[in-house]
Design a protein around this ligand. Structure first.
Ligand SMILES: NC(=O)c1ccc[n+]([C@@H]2O[C@H](COP(=O)([O-])OP(=O)(O)OC[C@H]3O[C@@H](n4cnc5c(N)ncnc54)[C@H](OP(=O)(O)O)[C@@H]3O)[C@@H](O)[C@H]2O)c1
Length: 180
């Protein structure tokens, strides 16, 4: 898959490295932007209050499938129903929200775990397959918690995740009974 990450910091750069290892072709864009027209999927991993600024600097977004990894930390801004909807106002294509409920400093520890950690996501139907594949290729098990209408709930869930000690150093796993 051809992936463009908008943001190349802890999350954008960290996922880019994992996806390259899985065989994907990844281009990382920073705050100066660039072109995403060749992408099969775009990851948005910039500060939550900089989404519009960052996406304004990227060409070729129209119709692209996007995965929004942004969080509402330290505080929510703007009037969109969710940050994922703010992303969709630029791409006007299928959108998923994922990777916001996992910690960047743990990305290089995913594969050391006894079982695959889970990764909650919400998505438009047309973004589901690619999102599940990229979640798996990063080393997690995808757990769908709703469609894109639940994106705001998923964003707000991070406040609960931030309450789990030790902060930033945990994984979580959801599994059917008998599968743990
Ligand atoms: N860190 C985590 O554990 C974690 C976990 C889940 C989700 N998230 C979310 O993922 C997003 C990225 O987090 P991160 O930890 O990867 O951040 P980060 O390391 O600070 O990287 C931020 C990236 O955004 C880019 N960017 C684009 N426009 C920007 C602007 N106007 N101002 C500042 N930066 C801009 C930066 O560009 P340059 O490269 O040009 O500086 C940089 O590549 C955030 O929404 C965060 O809440 C973070």
């Amino acid at each position: 898959m051809k992936i463009v990450t908008i943001g190349r910091g802890m999350i954008g750069g960290g996922l880019a490295a994992l996806w390259r290892t899985a065989g994907h072709e990844v281009t990382e864009l920073g705050r100066d932007g660039g072109d995403a027209s060749g992408a099969d999927v775009v990851l948005v991993a910039v500060p939550g209050d900089k989404i519009s600024e960052a996406l304004s600097a990227v060409t070729g977004l129209e119709g692209k499938t996007a995965i929004d990894a942004t969080n509402v930390l330290p505080a929510r801004h703007g009037d969109f129903p969710s940050y994922a909807h703010e992303v969709q106002s630029f791409t006007r294509g299928p959108v998923a929200k994922s990777f916001n409920m996992n910690f960047g400093m743990m990305l290089d520890k995913i594969r050391e775990q006894r079982v695959r950690p889970s990764n909650w996501y919400v998505a438009d139907d047309d973004a589901r397959d690619v999102t599940e594949q990229l979640i798996r290729d990063a080393g997690y098990d995808p757990v769908r918690v709703g469609d894109l209408s639940r994106a705001r709930d998923l964003e707000n869930a991070v406040w609960l995740l931030m309450g789990v000690q030790p902060v930033g150093r945990v994984f979580y796993r959801f599994a059917e009974a008998g599968q743990l």
